[in-house]
Ligand binder design. Sequence first.
Ligand SMILES: Nc1ncnc2c1ncn2[C@@H]1O[C@H](COP(=O)(O)OP(=O)(O)O)[C@@H](O)[C@H]1O
Ligand SMILES: [Mg+2]
Ligand SMILES: [Zn+2]
Length: 507
Amino acid sequence: MFCRIFSAHVAGIEGVLIEVEVDTANVGLPSFSMVGLAEASVRESRDRVRSALKNMGFSIFNKPITINFAPADFRKEGTGFDLPVAVGLLKSAGHIEADTDKTLFIGELSLDGRLRPVSGVLSVTYAAREKGFDTVILPKENVAEASLVSGIRIGAAESLSEVLAWLGGNGGVSFAENTGAAQRKFSEQMHDFRDVKGQFTARRAAEVAAAGMHNILMIGPPGSGKTMIARRLPGILPHLDMEEAIETLKIHSVAGLVKNVSDISFERPFVSPHHTSSSVSIVGGTSRAKPGQVSIAHNGILFMDEFLEFNRSVLETLRQPMEDKEVTVARADRTVKYPASFMLVAACNPCPCGYYGDSKRECSCAPSQVQKYRARLSGPLLDRIDIHMEVKAVDLKELAGLDDGESSESMRERVINAHNAQKARFRDEKIMLNSQMGEKQIKKHCKLDDRSMKLLENACDRFGYSARAYSKILKVARTLADMENSSDIQSKHVLEALHYRLLDRES
Ligand SMILES: Nc1ncnc2c1ncn2[C@@H]1O[C@H](COP(=O)(O)OP(=O)(O)O)[C@@H](O)[C@H]1O
Ligand SMILES: [Mg+2]
Ligand SMILES: [Zn+2]
Protein backbone atom coordinates (compact mmCIF):
# COMPACT_ATOMS: atom_id res chain seq x y z
CA MET A 1 0.00 0.00 0.00
CA PHE A 2 1.12 3.50 -0.76
CA CYS A 3 0.97 6.38 1.69
CA ARG A 4 2.41 9.86 2.11
CA ILE A 5 3.52 11.54 5.32
CA PHE A 6 4.65 15.16 5.56
CA SER A 7 7.85 16.33 7.11
CA ALA A 8 10.37 19.12 6.54
CA HIS A 9 14.04 19.87 6.72
CA VAL A 10 16.06 23.04 6.82
CA ALA A 11 17.97 24.42 3.84
CA GLY A 12 20.09 27.32 4.98
CA ILE A 13 17.69 28.82 7.48
CA GLU A 14 14.43 28.12 5.69
CA GLY A 15 12.21 25.17 6.42
CA VAL A 16 11.41 23.16 3.29
CA LEU A 17 8.49 20.78 3.05
CA ILE A 18 9.35 17.15 2.29
CA GLU A 19 6.95 14.39 1.38
CA VAL A 20 7.90 10.99 2.67
CA GLU A 21 6.30 8.43 0.38
CA VAL A 22 6.08 4.83 1.54
CA ASP A 23 5.34 2.06 -0.90
CA THR A 24 4.89 -1.49 0.32
CA ALA A 25 4.52 -4.22 -2.27
CA ASN A 26 2.48 -7.30 -1.49
CA VAL A 27 4.74 -9.76 -3.23
CA GLY A 28 8.50 -10.00 -3.43
CA LEU A 29 11.51 -10.61 -1.25
CA PRO A 30 11.88 -8.51 1.89
CA SER A 31 13.82 -5.29 1.25
CA PHE A 32 13.93 -1.77 2.64
CA SER A 33 15.29 0.98 0.43
CA MET A 34 15.29 4.76 0.58
CA VAL A 35 15.51 6.94 -2.49
CA GLY A 36 15.38 10.66 -3.23
CA LEU A 37 18.97 11.77 -2.83
CA ALA A 38 18.99 10.88 0.80
CA GLU A 39 22.40 11.41 2.29
CA ALA A 40 24.23 9.18 4.70
CA SER A 41 22.38 10.63 7.67
CA VAL A 42 19.05 9.81 6.11
CA ARG A 43 20.15 6.29 5.23
CA GLU A 44 21.17 5.77 8.84
CA SER A 45 17.60 6.57 9.63
CA ARG A 46 16.68 3.28 7.99
CA ASP A 47 18.58 1.35 10.63
CA ARG A 48 17.17 3.36 13.51
CA VAL A 49 13.60 3.05 12.25
CA ARG A 50 13.94 -0.66 11.66
CA SER A 51 15.30 -1.27 15.18
CA ALA A 52 12.73 0.96 16.81
CA LEU A 53 9.81 -0.75 15.09
CA LYS A 54 11.18 -4.23 15.73
CA ASN A 55 11.75 -3.43 19.39
CA MET A 56 8.16 -2.26 19.61
CA GLY A 57 7.04 -5.64 18.29
CA PHE A 58 6.03 -4.76 14.74
CA SER A 59 6.97 -7.23 12.06
CA ILE A 60 6.48 -5.28 8.88
CA PHE A 61 9.79 -5.84 7.15
CA ASN A 62 8.77 -9.05 5.45
CA LYS A 63 7.88 -7.32 2.18
CA PRO A 64 9.65 -5.07 -0.31
CA ILE A 65 9.47 -1.51 1.03
CA THR A 66 10.53 1.66 -0.77
CA ILE A 67 10.74 5.08 0.84
CA ASN A 68 10.96 8.09 -1.42
CA PHE A 69 11.75 11.61 -0.27
CA ALA A 70 10.19 14.20 -2.55
CA PRO A 71 10.98 16.54 -4.15
CA ALA A 72 13.92 14.47 -5.29
CA ASP A 73 15.93 17.22 -6.91
CA PHE A 74 17.83 18.46 -3.92
CA ARG A 75 19.76 16.90 -1.12
CA LYS A 76 18.17 16.27 2.21
CA GLU A 77 19.90 15.48 5.41
CA GLY A 78 19.37 15.44 9.10
CA THR A 79 17.89 12.96 11.50
CA GLY A 80 14.39 14.43 11.67
CA PHE A 81 12.92 12.03 9.09
CA ASP A 82 12.93 9.01 11.43
CA LEU A 83 9.52 9.82 12.84
CA PRO A 84 7.72 10.46 9.52
CA VAL A 85 9.32 7.34 8.02
CA ALA A 86 8.17 5.21 10.97
CA VAL A 87 4.66 6.68 10.87
CA GLY A 88 4.54 6.11 7.11
CA LEU A 89 5.61 2.47 7.47
CA LEU A 90 2.99 1.81 10.13
CA LYS A 91 0.29 3.53 8.13
CA SER A 92 1.23 1.66 5.01
CA ALA A 93 1.05 -1.59 6.98
CA GLY A 94 -2.43 -0.73 8.18
CA HIS A 95 -1.58 0.08 11.81
CA ILE A 96 -2.71 3.69 11.49
CA GLU A 97 -6.03 4.81 10.09
CA ALA A 98 -6.07 8.47 11.03
CA ASP A 99 -5.91 11.19 8.40
CA THR A 100 -2.42 12.72 8.54
CA ASP A 101 -2.61 15.19 5.67
CA LYS A 102 -2.68 18.30 7.87
CA THR A 103 0.02 17.08 10.23
CA LEU A 104 3.77 17.46 9.91
CA PHE A 105 6.06 15.00 11.70
CA ILE A 106 9.67 15.53 12.65
CA GLY A 107 12.01 13.83 15.11
CA GLU A 108 14.87 11.41 15.52
CA LEU A 109 14.23 7.92 16.90
CA SER A 110 16.44 6.07 19.30
CA LEU A 111 16.69 2.31 18.86
CA ASP A 112 14.06 1.69 21.52
CA GLY A 113 11.53 4.08 20.00
CA ARG A 114 12.07 7.17 22.11
CA LEU A 115 12.13 10.55 20.34
CA ARG A 116 15.23 12.70 20.30
CA PRO A 117 15.32 16.44 19.56
CA VAL A 118 16.45 17.79 16.19
CA SER A 119 17.78 21.21 15.20
CA GLY A 120 15.97 23.77 13.09
CA VAL A 121 12.40 23.20 14.34
CA LEU A 122 11.67 26.91 14.46
CA SER A 123 12.18 27.17 10.69
CA VAL A 124 10.27 23.93 10.16
CA THR A 125 7.31 25.09 12.23
CA TYR A 126 7.18 28.38 10.36
CA ALA A 127 7.22 26.58 7.06
CA ALA A 128 4.49 24.21 8.26
CA ARG A 129 2.22 27.09 9.19
CA GLU A 130 2.91 28.87 5.91
CA LYS A 131 1.96 25.74 4.00
CA GLY A 132 -1.34 25.45 5.81
CA PHE A 133 -0.66 22.54 8.18
CA ASP A 134 -2.57 22.68 11.41
CA THR A 135 -0.38 20.45 13.59
CA VAL A 136 3.31 19.69 14.06
CA ILE A 137 4.30 16.60 16.03
CA LEU A 138 7.81 16.73 17.39
CA PRO A 139 10.06 15.62 20.26
CA LYS A 140 9.26 17.09 23.64
CA GLU A 141 12.62 18.85 23.91
CA ASN A 142 11.83 20.89 20.78
CA VAL A 143 8.48 22.21 21.97
CA ALA A 144 9.66 25.42 23.59
CA GLU A 145 11.35 26.53 20.40
CA ALA A 146 8.52 25.49 18.08
CA SER A 147 5.83 27.08 20.23
CA LEU A 148 7.25 30.51 19.48
CA VAL A 149 5.32 30.19 16.26
CA SER A 150 1.70 31.06 16.78
CA GLY A 151 -1.22 29.88 14.69
CA ILE A 152 -0.35 26.19 14.60
CA ARG A 153 -0.77 23.33 17.08
CA ILE A 154 2.45 21.98 18.55
CA GLY A 155 2.23 18.40 19.77
CA ALA A 156 4.99 17.02 21.98
CA ALA A 157 5.77 13.34 22.17
CA GLU A 158 8.41 11.44 24.09
CA SER A 159 8.24 8.30 22.00
CA LEU A 160 6.87 6.74 18.85
CA SER A 161 4.36 4.82 21.01
CA GLU A 162 2.89 8.11 22.18
CA VAL A 163 2.54 9.31 18.60
CA LEU A 164 0.80 6.04 17.73
CA ALA A 165 -1.54 6.36 20.69
CA TRP A 166 -2.46 9.88 19.62
CA LEU A 167 -3.08 8.80 16.03
CA GLY A 168 -5.32 6.07 17.40
CA GLY A 169 -7.29 8.60 19.41
CA ASN A 170 -5.85 7.58 22.77
CA GLY A 171 -4.10 10.70 24.10
CA GLY A 172 -0.34 10.25 24.02
CA VAL A 173 0.70 13.60 22.62
CA SER A 174 0.51 16.73 24.78
CA PHE A 175 -0.24 20.05 23.19
CA ALA A 176 1.76 23.12 24.16
CA GLU A 177 0.48 26.60 24.74
CA ASN A 178 1.79 28.78 21.93
CA THR A 179 3.87 31.47 23.50
CA GLY A 180 4.03 33.23 20.14
CA ALA A 181 6.98 35.49 19.50
CA ALA A 182 5.04 38.15 21.39
CA GLN A 183 6.65 37.05 24.60
CA ARG A 184 9.55 39.42 24.69
CA LYS A 185 12.21 38.42 27.11
CA PHE A 186 15.15 40.56 28.02
CA SER A 187 17.95 39.40 30.20
CA GLU A 188 18.29 41.27 33.44
CA GLN A 189 22.03 41.15 33.61
CA MET A 190 22.73 43.28 30.58
CA HIS A 191 26.03 45.07 31.09
CA ASP A 192 25.41 48.78 31.61
CA PHE A 193 27.51 51.71 30.39
CA ARG A 194 26.98 53.21 33.84
CA ASP A 195 29.97 51.09 34.95
CA VAL A 196 32.30 52.83 32.52
CA LYS A 197 33.57 55.86 34.37
CA GLY A 198 35.27 58.79 32.67
CA GLN A 199 36.48 57.83 29.17
CA PHE A 200 34.20 60.39 27.55
CA THR A 201 35.88 60.25 24.16
CA ALA A 202 35.75 56.47 23.96
CA ARG A 203 32.15 56.39 25.18
CA ARG A 204 31.18 58.95 22.57
CA ALA A 205 32.88 57.00 19.76
CA ALA A 206 31.10 53.84 20.89
CA GLU A 207 27.76 55.65 20.80
CA VAL A 208 28.43 57.05 17.33
CA ALA A 209 29.36 53.57 16.10
CA ALA A 210 26.13 52.16 17.53
CA ALA A 211 24.08 55.00 16.05
CA GLY A 212 25.05 54.05 12.48
CA MET A 213 26.09 50.42 13.15
CA HIS A 214 29.54 51.44 11.98
CA ASN A 215 32.37 48.93 12.25
CA ILE A 216 34.77 50.12 14.90
CA LEU A 217 38.31 49.39 16.00
CA MET A 218 39.41 50.21 19.55
CA ILE A 219 43.10 50.62 20.19
CA GLY A 220 44.41 50.90 23.72
CA PRO A 221 46.66 49.38 26.37
CA PRO A 222 45.61 46.36 28.45
CA GLY A 223 43.13 47.26 31.15
CA SER A 224 41.94 50.45 29.46
CA GLY A 225 38.39 49.09 29.19
CA LYS A 226 38.13 47.96 25.57
CA THR A 227 36.43 44.68 26.40
CA MET A 228 34.24 46.43 28.94
CA ILE A 229 33.00 48.92 26.34
CA ALA A 230 32.46 46.27 23.65
CA ARG A 231 30.27 44.17 25.94
CA ARG A 232 28.08 47.18 26.59
CA LEU A 233 27.39 47.95 22.95
CA PRO A 234 24.42 45.56 22.50
CA GLY A 235 22.69 47.36 25.38
CA ILE A 236 22.65 50.71 23.59
CA LEU A 237 21.37 49.34 20.29
CA PRO A 238 17.64 49.26 19.50
CA HIS A 239 16.07 45.90 20.19
CA LEU A 240 15.51 43.59 17.26
CA ASP A 241 12.18 44.06 15.55
CA MET A 242 9.98 41.03 15.04
CA GLU A 243 11.32 40.20 11.61
CA GLU A 244 14.94 40.53 12.68
CA ALA A 245 14.38 38.50 15.83
CA ILE A 246 12.83 35.69 13.85
CA GLU A 247 15.62 35.70 11.29
CA THR A 248 18.26 35.67 13.99
CA LEU A 249 16.44 32.96 15.86
CA LYS A 250 16.25 30.76 12.79
CA ILE A 251 20.01 30.99 12.37
CA HIS A 252 20.56 30.18 16.04
CA SER A 253 18.14 27.32 15.75
CA VAL A 254 19.98 25.84 12.79
CA ALA A 255 23.24 26.30 14.66
CA GLY A 256 21.71 24.27 17.49
CA LEU A 257 21.93 27.17 19.95
CA VAL A 258 18.27 27.39 20.88
CA LYS A 259 17.68 25.08 23.82
CA ASN A 260 14.76 26.64 25.61
CA VAL A 261 12.44 29.56 25.43
CA SER A 262 14.56 31.69 27.69
CA ASP A 263 17.24 31.62 24.99
CA ILE A 264 14.88 33.58 22.77
CA SER A 265 15.80 37.18 22.79
CA PHE A 266 15.08 40.49 21.18
CA GLU A 267 18.50 41.69 22.20
CA ARG A 268 21.21 42.02 19.61
CA PRO A 269 23.46 38.98 19.41
CA PHE A 270 26.93 39.53 20.80
CA VAL A 271 29.40 36.99 19.55
CA SER A 272 33.03 36.99 20.54
CA PRO A 273 35.12 34.27 18.93
CA HIS A 274 38.49 33.50 20.46
CA HIS A 275 41.52 34.59 18.46
CA THR A 276 42.51 30.96 17.94
CA SER A 277 39.25 30.32 16.02
CA SER A 278 39.50 28.76 12.58
CA SER A 279 38.10 30.27 9.39
CA VAL A 280 35.47 27.55 9.32
CA SER A 281 34.18 28.38 12.76
CA ILE A 282 34.09 32.09 11.87
CA VAL A 283 32.37 31.94 8.48
CA GLY A 284 30.69 28.55 8.71
CA GLY A 285 31.10 25.15 7.15
CA THR A 286 32.02 21.90 8.87
CA SER A 287 30.59 18.65 7.59
CA ARG A 288 26.99 19.80 8.03
CA ALA A 289 27.45 23.26 6.55
CA LYS A 290 26.57 24.88 9.85
CA PRO A 291 26.40 28.65 10.18
CA GLY A 292 29.55 30.31 11.52
CA GLN A 293 30.08 33.08 14.05
CA VAL A 294 29.46 35.78 11.43
CA SER A 295 25.94 34.43 10.92
CA ILE A 296 25.30 33.82 14.59
CA ALA A 297 26.17 37.52 15.01
CA HIS A 298 23.65 38.47 12.29
CA ASN A 299 21.79 41.66 13.25
CA GLY A 300 24.18 42.13 16.14
CA ILE A 301 27.81 42.46 17.04
CA LEU A 302 30.83 40.38 16.15
CA PHE A 303 33.46 41.28 18.72
CA MET A 304 37.00 40.34 17.81
CA ASP A 305 39.13 40.95 20.86
CA GLU A 306 42.91 40.79 20.36
CA PHE A 307 42.16 41.46 16.71
CA LEU A 308 45.75 41.14 15.54
CA GLU A 309 46.18 37.76 17.22
CA PHE A 310 43.71 36.22 14.77
CA ASN A 311 45.22 34.21 11.98
CA ARG A 312 45.77 36.31 8.87
CA SER A 313 43.68 33.88 6.81
CA VAL A 314 40.79 34.22 9.25
CA LEU A 315 40.83 37.99 8.84
CA GLU A 316 40.92 37.54 5.08
CA THR A 317 37.85 35.30 5.10
CA LEU A 318 35.94 38.06 6.90
CA ARG A 319 36.11 40.34 3.90
CA GLN A 320 33.53 38.56 1.81
CA PRO A 321 30.73 38.45 4.41
CA MET A 322 31.47 42.05 5.35
CA GLU A 323 31.05 43.04 1.73
CA ASP A 324 28.01 40.90 0.90
CA LYS A 325 26.23 40.74 4.28
CA GLU A 326 25.79 37.02 3.74
CA VAL A 327 28.01 33.98 3.45
CA THR A 328 27.92 31.08 1.10
CA VAL A 329 28.99 27.96 2.91
CA ALA A 330 30.18 25.33 0.49
CA ARG A 331 30.80 21.67 0.93
CA ALA A 332 31.55 18.92 -1.51
CA ASP A 333 28.09 18.56 -2.96
CA ARG A 334 26.18 21.75 -2.32
CA THR A 335 26.18 25.30 -1.01
CA VAL A 336 24.05 27.02 1.57
CA LYS A 337 23.59 30.75 2.10
CA TYR A 338 23.35 32.29 5.54
CA PRO A 339 22.71 35.94 6.37
CA ALA A 340 25.71 37.66 7.98
CA SER A 341 25.01 41.33 8.53
CA PHE A 342 26.86 42.33 11.65
CA MET A 343 28.65 45.25 13.20
CA LEU A 344 32.33 44.43 13.62
CA VAL A 345 33.85 45.59 16.87
CA ALA A 346 37.56 44.94 16.99
CA ALA A 347 40.01 45.65 19.78
CA CYS A 348 43.78 45.51 19.95
CA ASN A 349 46.79 46.81 21.81
CA PRO A 350 48.69 49.71 20.24
CA CYS A 351 51.93 47.69 20.05
CA PRO A 352 53.26 44.22 20.89
CA CYS A 353 53.97 45.08 24.56
CA GLY A 354 50.74 47.04 24.83
CA TYR A 355 51.96 50.36 26.19
CA TYR A 356 52.90 52.42 23.15
CA GLY A 357 51.64 55.96 23.70
CA ASP A 358 50.74 55.26 27.34
CA SER A 359 51.51 58.20 29.60
CA LYS A 360 52.14 56.08 32.67
CA ARG A 361 54.09 53.11 31.44
CA GLU A 362 56.92 52.87 29.03
CA CYS A 363 56.64 50.90 25.82
CA SER A 364 59.43 48.34 25.57
CA CYS A 365 59.07 47.73 21.85
CA ALA A 366 61.60 48.77 19.22
CA PRO A 367 60.20 51.32 16.75
CA SER A 368 60.50 48.77 13.95
CA GLN A 369 58.40 46.32 15.98
CA VAL A 370 55.70 48.91 16.50
CA GLN A 371 55.74 49.73 12.82
CA LYS A 372 55.49 46.10 11.79
CA TYR A 373 52.65 45.54 14.23
CA ARG A 374 50.73 48.55 12.93
CA ALA A 375 51.33 47.51 9.36
CA ARG A 376 49.29 44.37 10.02
CA LEU A 377 46.34 46.62 10.71
CA SER A 378 46.43 48.24 7.32
CA GLY A 379 44.95 46.87 4.16
CA PRO A 380 41.58 45.81 2.88
CA LEU A 381 40.07 44.85 6.22
CA LEU A 382 40.88 48.18 7.81
CA ASP A 383 39.20 49.73 4.78
CA ARG A 384 35.95 48.27 6.03
CA ILE A 385 36.22 49.85 9.46
CA ASP A 386 34.55 53.26 9.73
CA ILE A 387 35.73 54.33 13.15
CA HIS A 388 39.14 53.92 14.78
CA MET A 389 39.23 55.04 18.34
CA GLU A 390 41.92 55.29 20.91
CA VAL A 391 41.06 54.06 24.38
CA LYS A 392 43.42 55.75 26.82
CA ALA A 393 44.89 54.03 29.85
CA VAL A 394 42.95 54.65 33.05
CA ASP A 395 44.04 55.01 36.64
CA LEU A 396 41.71 52.78 38.60
CA LYS A 397 42.27 54.75 41.80
CA GLU A 398 41.32 57.96 40.05
CA LEU A 399 38.29 56.28 38.51
CA ALA A 400 37.05 55.16 41.91
CA GLY A 401 36.53 58.80 42.83
CA LEU A 402 34.42 59.51 39.75
CA ASP A 403 30.64 59.34 39.48
CA ASP A 404 28.95 56.58 37.54
CA GLY A 405 28.80 57.12 33.79
CA GLU A 406 25.63 57.82 31.85
CA SER A 407 23.38 54.76 31.74
CA SER A 408 22.93 52.55 28.70
CA GLU A 409 19.23 53.32 28.75
CA SER A 410 19.63 57.02 28.13
CA MET A 411 22.36 56.44 25.55
CA ARG A 412 20.08 54.01 23.75
CA GLU A 413 17.40 56.66 23.42
CA ARG A 414 19.72 58.77 21.29
CA VAL A 415 20.87 55.75 19.30
CA ILE A 416 17.26 54.77 18.57
CA ASN A 417 16.53 58.30 17.49
CA ALA A 418 19.41 58.16 15.01
CA HIS A 419 18.32 54.73 13.75
CA ASN A 420 14.82 56.06 13.14
CA ALA A 421 16.15 58.99 11.14
CA GLN A 422 18.11 56.55 8.97
CA LYS A 423 15.16 54.21 8.48
CA ALA A 424 13.07 57.15 7.33
CA ARG A 425 15.76 58.35 4.94
CA PHE A 426 16.30 54.93 3.38
CA ARG A 427 12.59 54.06 3.28
CA ASP A 428 12.66 53.55 -0.48
CA GLU A 429 16.11 52.07 -0.69
CA LYS A 430 17.39 48.63 0.09
CA ILE A 431 19.47 49.68 3.08
CA MET A 432 18.58 50.77 6.59
CA LEU A 433 21.68 52.37 8.05
CA ASN A 434 24.36 54.87 7.14
CA SER A 435 27.10 52.27 7.38
CA GLN A 436 25.43 50.38 4.53
CA MET A 437 25.52 53.25 2.05
CA GLY A 438 27.25 52.65 -1.27
CA GLU A 439 28.92 55.31 -3.39
CA LYS A 440 25.68 56.36 -5.05
CA GLN A 441 23.88 56.77 -1.76
CA ILE A 442 26.80 58.67 -0.26
CA LYS A 443 26.59 61.11 -3.16
CA LYS A 444 22.89 61.53 -2.68
CA HIS A 445 22.65 61.73 1.10
CA CYS A 446 25.98 63.21 2.20
CA LYS A 447 26.10 66.57 0.46
CA LEU A 448 28.39 69.08 2.11
CA ASP A 449 28.16 72.86 2.18
CA ASP A 450 31.16 74.89 1.00
CA ARG A 451 32.65 75.28 4.43
CA SER A 452 32.51 71.59 5.31
CA MET A 453 33.81 70.67 1.88
CA LYS A 454 36.78 72.95 2.31
CA LEU A 455 37.47 71.47 5.72
CA LEU A 456 37.41 67.93 4.41
CA GLU A 457 39.56 68.76 1.40
CA ASN A 458 42.16 70.43 3.58
CA ALA A 459 42.28 67.46 5.89
CA CYS A 460 42.62 65.09 2.97
CA ASP A 461 45.51 67.13 1.56
CA ARG A 462 47.22 67.22 4.88
CA PHE A 463 46.80 63.60 5.93
CA GLY A 464 46.54 61.95 2.52
CA TYR A 465 43.26 60.12 3.17
CA SER A 466 42.36 57.50 0.59
CA ALA A 467 39.12 57.61 -1.38
CA ARG A 468 37.80 54.88 0.88
CA ALA A 469 38.63 56.86 3.99
CA TYR A 470 36.89 59.84 2.41
CA SER A 471 33.63 57.88 2.05
CA LYS A 472 33.87 56.63 5.60
CA ILE A 473 34.26 60.15 6.93
CA LEU A 474 31.13 61.18 5.03
CA LYS A 475 29.12 58.23 6.33
CA VAL A 476 30.11 58.85 9.93
CA ALA A 477 29.42 62.58 9.51
CA ARG A 478 25.93 61.62 8.26
CA THR A 479 25.39 59.61 11.44
CA LEU A 480 26.61 62.49 13.60
CA ALA A 481 24.11 64.79 11.90
CA ASP A 482 21.34 62.21 12.39
CA MET A 483 22.14 62.01 16.08
CA GLU A 484 21.20 65.69 16.27
CA ASN A 485 18.23 65.43 13.93
CA SER A 486 20.05 67.69 11.53
CA SER A 487 19.09 67.19 7.90
CA ASP A 488 22.34 68.83 6.78
CA ILE A 489 25.84 67.64 7.52
CA GLN A 490 27.59 70.56 9.17
CA SER A 491 31.28 71.31 9.49
CA LYS A 492 31.31 70.20 13.13
CA HIS A 493 30.09 66.77 12.04
CA VAL A 494 32.86 66.50 9.48
CA LEU A 495 35.36 67.61 12.07
CA GLU A 496 34.32 64.96 14.54
CA ALA A 497 34.25 62.26 11.86
CA LEU A 498 37.84 63.18 11.00
CA HIS A 499 38.83 62.35 14.55
CA TYR A 500 37.77 58.77 14.01
CA ARG A 501 40.39 58.14 11.31
CA LEU A 502 43.27 57.74 13.72
CA LEU A 503 45.15 55.13 11.73
CA ASP A 504 44.89 56.98 8.42
CA ARG A 505 46.52 59.97 10.01
CA GLU A 506 49.48 57.96 11.17
CA SER A 507 50.36 56.32 7.90
N1 LIG B 1 36.48 53.49 32.58
C1 LIG B 1 36.42 52.53 33.51
N2 LIG B 1 35.54 52.60 34.53
C2 LIG B 1 35.48 51.64 35.46
N3 LIG B 1 36.24 50.53 35.45
C3 LIG B 1 37.13 50.39 34.47
C4 LIG B 1 37.26 51.37 33.45
N4 LIG B 1 38.22 50.96 32.60
C5 LIG B 1 38.66 49.77 33.05
N5 LIG B 1 38.01 49.42 34.18
C6 LIG B 1 38.22 48.20 34.96
O1 LIG B 1 39.34 47.52 34.43
C7 LIG B 1 38.98 46.21 34.04
C8 LIG B 1 39.73 45.82 32.79
O2 LIG B 1 39.11 46.36 31.66
P1 LIG B 1 39.05 45.61 30.26
O3 LIG B 1 37.83 46.04 29.59
O4 LIG B 1 39.24 44.16 30.45
O5 LIG B 1 40.34 46.21 29.56
P2 LIG B 1 40.94 45.82 28.14
O6 LIG B 1 39.98 44.98 27.42
O7 LIG B 1 41.20 47.13 27.47
O8 LIG B 1 42.22 45.10 28.45
C9 LIG B 1 37.50 46.24 33.87
O9 LIG B 1 36.91 44.99 34.11
C10 LIG B 1 37.07 47.24 34.90
O10 LIG B 1 36.93 46.63 36.15
MG1 LIG C 1 40.32 43.07 26.77
ZN1 LIG D 1 55.19 48.44 23.14
